[in-house]
Design a protein around this ligand. Structure first.
Ligand SMILES: Nc1ncnc2c1ncn2[C@@H]1O[C@H](COP(=O)(O)OP(=O)(O)OP(=O)(O)O)[C@@H](O)[C@H]1O
Ligand SMILES: [Mg+2]
Length: 454
């Protein structure tokens, strides 16, 4: 199962948390941008007024200096002031207003107000004031007609209101808001998606270990609590179903034993030796099948506890024990891999599974080469290889079905019930792993591969 939050080559992340987070962050950014735009527009207005007011009071001061000086000194004063603070000051016979435009009324009123803010004695007040604007370069032009002469004092000031983003704190305020919003979204998404992760983990645990999986807590928001109740009810039903089936299998196995024992006793009294031997052999097979059936039922119930298991030692033990039973194949059995690998698992179930796989390899393939290695992340891979005829491709999955046996094994009278692979796969899947079978290239034998999470 792929659980990565991102699928390579795709823009949209795979995880619900990331999707929700990204969507919210995108919406939040748009709202931020709109808010910021409104703020910028407001700030532009404010900055313009501030700049106009500064020019007006500067020009007022220049006018008062020139107007209060005796007329013959004025040209010198103007020449001295000219260029200060970027202003171009001149004394002309008329207001020079080429390619300029009339300022909007609010602006004119504003400048007028700023000029009046400094009380000027009656005899110094200008006869006329004209104000214009000019583009490229943006300039504010104020022209005053002096009280005692027909001349006009003109001041051209560069008009450069500071941009809103030059304001100190503008960037940091934006950043702080963005980070705070992002944190809030992160926190909300993590909280919101936590129950989904809990549910997934609970389902995974139930799949691995029906008997011991803990119940989900049935609290929290209504939707989550309802889902938890539904999940627990389902888990209880599955558990009861499995228990019923196990009970049924055990009961049948147990009840059939008595009549089989009676049959065997009666068969002992048969006159015909050949018939008696055949009947006794059939009865023995029946008993073996019953024992296997009961073992299968017990396996499904999984009463064994999960403990740390050394997989390498377990595999070596199984190989040694199989070699004891089939000394002829001992030379063609070996283990390859690390000396110690510890995983969590149910040792008896694991041992039974590997005993069957290694037993099969020896029984049907005359050899068992076992190798243990690390597969991908957090997964161990155990390969069991033999030199037998392998399994026809169409049967590779079917041999895992209970009681499924191939003709070769029947003909050879190897005496099995056909439950081994079913039990093995059951046990490995209960550990969160799986078993697959594959034929070695060239028909040289079979490889059973077991994957187990670390
Ligand atoms: N390594 C193998 N090579 C060839 N055929 C195999 C191999 N392993 C299993 N099979 C085939 O798959 C069938 C099912 O195997 P399984 O282990 O489930 O049952 P079994 O070995 O016949 O009986 P049991 O394991 O219950 O004693 C076997 O009967 C055999 O035909
Ligand atoms: Mg077997």
């Amino acid at each position: 199962m792929k659980t990565g939050w991102w699928r390579p080559g795709r823009f949209w992340p795979a995880s619900l948390a990331w999707r929700t987070g990204l969507t919210l962050l995108l919406g939040f950014s748009i709202i931020q941008a709109v808010g910021l735009g409104i703020h910028v527009l407001n700030q532009i207005d404010v900055n313009r007024v501030v700049a106009e007011r500064a020019i007006a009071s500067r020009d007022g001061a220049i006018y008062r200096r020139v107007a209060s000086a005796p007329p013959e000194r004025r040209a010198v004063i103007v020449a001295a002031i000219n260029g200060e603070a970027g202003d171009r000051v001149s004394l002309d016979s008329s207001p020079p207003f080429a390619d300029s435009f009339t300022l909007p009324l609010p602006t004119r009123q504003m400048i007028q107000g700023s000029l009046l803010a400094f009380p000027t004695p009656e005899f110094l007040q200008p006869r006329q004031v004209m104000m214009r604007g000019s583009m490229s370069p943006s300039t504010l032009i104020l022209s005053f007609q002096l009280p005692d002469s027909p001349d006009w004092l003109t001041v051209r000031s560069p008009f450069r209101p500071s941009p809103p983003w030059a304001q100190p704190g503008f960037a940091s305020a934006f950043l702080v808001m963005f980070v705070l919003g992002g944190l809030l979204i992160f926190w909300g998404v993590v909280r919101l998606t936590a129950p989904v992760r809990t549910l997934a983990a609970a389902a995974e645990q139930l799949g691995r270990d029906i008997a011991h999986a803990p119940a989900l807590p049935e609290r929290g928001p209504v939707e989550i609590a309802t889902a938890a109740v539904a999940f627990n009810t389902m888990a209880a039903r599955i558990r009861r179903f499995v228990e019923d089936r196990t009970f049924l299998l055990t009961a049948i196995g147990h009840d059939l034993r008595t009549p089989i024992t009676r049959l065997r006793l009666r068969a002992e009294f048969l006159e015909d030796d050949a018939q008696r031997e055949k009947i006794l052999a059939d009865l023995a097979e029946l008993e073996a099948m019953l024992a296997a059936t009961i073992a299968f039922g017990r396996d499904v119930a999984q009463t064994e506890a999960s403990v740390p298991v050394d997989l390498a030692i377990l595999l070596r033990t199984v190989i040694d024990e199989t070699a004891d039973i089939a000394p002829g194949a001992a030379r063609r059995m070996r283990y390859q891999g690390p000396d110690h690998v510890t995983i969590r698992g149910r040792p008896l179930a694991l041992k039974r599974a590997f005993a069957n796989l290694i037993g099969n390899a020896v029984k049907y393939g005359h050899a068992a080469r076992v190798s243990l290695q690390k597969a991908e992340r957090h997964t161990m891979r155990i390969d069991i290889e033999d030199d037998g005829p392998g399994v026809p491709p169409g049967e590779l999955e079917r041999v895992f079905e209970p009681f499924r046996r191939l003709e070769i094994s029947r003909n050879r009278e190897t005496g099995g019930s056909g439950l081994g692979l079913a039990i093995a796969r059951n046990a490995i899947r209960a550990h969160g792993g799986d078993i697959t079978l594959a034929n070695r290239p060239g028909g040289k034998g079979l490889v059973a591969s077991v994957y187990l999470p670390e």
